[in-house]
Design a protein around this ligand. Sequence first.
Ligand code: ZN
Length: 266
Amino acid sequence: MEIFASCMECMQTKGMPLLKPFPAPYFDDRISIVDCDFGHKMAIVLRAQKFELLLESGANALIAGFTLEASASFSAALERFFEFSNKVVLTHLEIGEALYDDVFKFMSRQSERQTGAFLILHALVFNFAYIPNTKLTEFRNAVIHKGTIPTPDKAMEFCELVYAEVFNISSLLNKHCPDAINLILERDFESRASTVPEGIRIHSAQKSSIFSISHENNKEDFAKALENYEKFNATLRHVSKEVPKILEALQANPEASALIDSIRPK
Ligand SMILES: [Zn+2]
C-alpha cells in the first residue's frame, strides 16, 4: 500500500514549486521511510489504525475484483476493530495501559475471546446488548477456513455488513468515549514514531482512507464510501501524474523559472 508524499525539506529550502509528490509504500507498522528525489530521508508515520488499513486493503481488493482477499481483509478488520473498541472502552473506564496489557495478553491471539470481552464492555458502557451478526461469522468461516471464493455480489454484501458494524460502533464510541479515542490514537502514534531511527525527520500523515475513526465525514453507506474512495484515488493518481509535467514546463520556461527562483526562501 502506498501514500503520495511530498518533501517538507524541499518545500522549505527550494520553494513550493518543487513540491513534487512521490509514492511512499507502507505496511503493517504504517510507517514509510523514503528519500525524495533530492536525497532527503524522511519517515512518514500514518495516523491510521490497523483496522482502517485492513478496510482500505480490502476495498482495494474489492475494486480490483479479488473477492476472497477483500472478504479476508474485511474479516480481519472487524477483529482488529473489536480489539480497538475494547481498548477504547477500557481506557474510558480508566483502566491503565499496564493492566490492559496484562489482561489482553491472554486474548490477543484469540478473536473469539476478544468478541466476548466486547459483548460485556458494550453492555457496561452503552447499557444495551450488542447482538453479533451470525451471517458475518458463517461467511467468514466459509472464506477463511474453507477457502470459498465468493462472487462479487456476496463479497460486496459481506463488506457492507462489516462496514456497517464498524460505522455504528464507531459512532457510539465517538459519542461516549471521545477522550479515550484521542488518547489511544496519540499513544499509538507516539509509540510507532518512537521506532523511527534517530536522525530521520518524522512527518505525520492523515491519509484519506475508506473509513477513519477520527474523521467526522465518514459515509454511512458502504457503497458511497467505496465510490468516494475510488474518486479520491483517481484524483491522487491524476495529480501525481500531472504535477511533475507542470513543474518541468515551469522550469523549462526562463521567465517562470526566474519567478520560482525569486520566491524561494533564502
Ligand atoms: Zn526533499
